[in-house]
Write a protein that binds this ligand. Structure first.
Ligand code: BYC
Length: 474
């Protein structure tokens, strides 16, 4: 279904036929724009950026590229095409027609899920707002802004659901999405990772690799929802999300490539010499991965969760790729063995009803997906003849949510006495010195085609344009 761009709020939901909803969203729009100007990307708002805008929601032809000033980006409301007579695909209501409206008994829970999802979108824009000032190239600057405008659109996607289906509470929640702020002491964002500062581009690449990938898995779970408007909204968001993870994977890959070149030039793996040469040594890359992966693992919630069991039983939130990846979509009698600390420094295994373990099922699928990029980076390292292997940290490492919360395990998953754990933390996640080194490299490079010295150029430009294209007109 193509999108109507003649309207003030581009949409494919026939907004013009619902004057009340249209007026409510048009009243929210200036609040969004005020927020974008105050807490969106700092600087660059008046510059032309080569951005992609969705034009239709089918597999091909949904992207049109052109020079746009960010505040003029056409944020809109796009739902994937409806599947006629779609049925609920899991849980207690499996096989019943999908809901076109919110079932009264699940109203509060659905609202909470939509608000939690919606809260992450502006949070990430806030976290990334200063990065433009230290961009390693115009190509990267444009990718940052593409990610930012799309997160803005994902906020619109959730705000549409709140306004269209949750009445006054929904409108109030939509306002609060603009009032909580990432890292705020009094009114922070809901989920932990979205209050972490993203002060440097290595963190940005790790965030788009690990945290946006949580987005992928959560959106896939919500795309299974029996509440059809939510399912269709999330399905379309996933097409945009793929680019964000591409930015992360290729970003980290380019950092590694540049470091490998420097290791060859200098014939050394000495971090101090490599740092003096202006690149990010591989052990520091590993520490950044440990930080962002462990933080993102918390975003899946507790390993054993009655919330998760309820979401699944009631058809509100399924597993990613529920239809293709699983055979038993009711999961009433199944159990899952869950590892957890036994309180005495060792590990015990407990059998848990599968429905209660759905967060862990999704987290495991996420980790498998995370490992694909890690193995790609390891192939680069191996090909360069360097004996170093990047690894994902164990699920037990540095967790703040779930059965491992507060337990002291190292990144390999081995127990470590608590006092020692704290002392050794700097070996496992970026130390103040690591961060200072990475920050010292963050100098803006804005000449078309030029790259900062700490990362390799990308393999190709955007939409078949050369890497040297002036992606942001300064
Ligand atoms: N930090 O039973 P529990 C994205 C709360 S990212 C703080 O363990 P549940 C994006 C939890 O809310 C995807 N609090 O977990 C990426 C609950 O609070 P209440 C975002 C946390 O409920 C990059 C309590 O702990 N989407 O799109 O089974 C850029 C006990 O909960 C955390 C979603 O998350 C945490 N890490 O599952 C831009 C989907 N973890 O309710 C965008 C919607 C848990 O008792 N959310 N808590 O007050 C959900 O499905 C679920 O809320 C969660 C938690 C998966 C997050």
């Amino acid at each position: 279904m193509s999108i109507d761009y003649r309207e003030r709020i581009p949409n494919n939901v026939h907004l013009a036929d619902d004057r009340r909803l249209q007026r409510a969203l048009e009243a929210w729009q200036p609040h969004f724009l005020d927020w974008w100007k105050a807490l969106g990307p700092e600087g660059f708002q008046a510059k032309d950026v080569y951005l992609r805008t969705a034009t239709s929601v089918d597999a091909k032809g949904w992207a049109s590229y052109g020079e746009v000033k960010m505040p003029d980006y056409r944020w809109g409301i796009f739902l994937a095409d409806a599947v006629p007579e779609r049925k609920i695909g899991f849980g207690d209501f499996m096989g019943q027609p999908a809901w076109q409206d919110v079932p009264g008994e699940y109203r509060a829970i659905l609202r909470r899920l939509i608000v939690t999802q919606g809260d992450t979108e502006p949070a990430s824009v806030e976290q990334q707002r200063l990065l433009g000032q230290t961009c390693p190239s115009l190509y990267d600057l444009r990718n940052l802004f593409q990610v930012n405008v799309e997160e803005g659109r994902h906020l619109w996607a959730m705000v549409y659901l709140l306004h269209a289906y949750f009445g006054r509470d929904g409108r109030e929640e939509a306002e609060m999405l603009l009032q909580r702020h990432s890292g705020s002491a009094d009114n922070p964002r809901i989920l932990g990772t979205f209050n972490e500062p993203i002060s440097d581009w290595m963190s940005f690449f790790c965030f788009t690799y690990f945290t946006d990938r949580d987005g992928k898995f959560q959106l896939k779970s919500l795309a299974e929802s029996g509440f059809d408007p939510l399912a269709r909204t999330c399905q379309f968001m996933l097409t945009e999300e793929a680019h964000h993870m591409f930015v992360g994977e290729t970003g980290i890959g380019r950092v590694i490539r540049r470091t490998l070149e420097a290791m060859k030039e200098l014939s050394t793996d000495d971090p101090a010499r490599l740092r003096a040469h202006g690149v990010i040594d591989l052990p520091t890359v590993q520490r950044y991965l440990n930080f962002w992966c462990s933080s993102s693992l918390d975003l899946f919630g507790s390993e054993v969760s009655t919330n998760a069991a309820g979401y699944f039983a009631n058809g509100l939130k399924g597993r990613p790729d529920e239809e293709t990846q699983y055979q038993d979509h009711v999961a009433l009698d199944a159990i899952l063995e869950i590892e957890q600390p036994d309180g005495a420094g060792a590990i015990k295994v407990e059998s848990v009803p599968l429905r209660n373990a759905m967060n862990e099922v999704t987290r495991k699928a996420y980790l498998r997906d995370c490992d694909i990029g890690v193995q790609r980076w390891n192939r680069l390292i191996k090909k360069a003849g360097v004996a170093f292997e990047l690894k994902l940290p164990s699920e037990r490492f540095r967790r703040a949510v779930g059965v491992w919360a507060g337990a002291s395990f190292d990144p390999a998953g081995n127990p470590v006495p608590a006092a020692e754990w704290q002392k050794r933390l700097d070996q496992w996640i970026p130390s103040a010195a690591d961060r200072a080194h990475v920050m010292s490299l963050m100098k803006p490079v804005t000449e078309p085609g030029k790259m900062a010295g700490w990362l390799a150029p990308p393999d190709r430009g955007i939409n078949n344009l050369p890497v040297e294209y002036e992606y942001v007109r300064l």
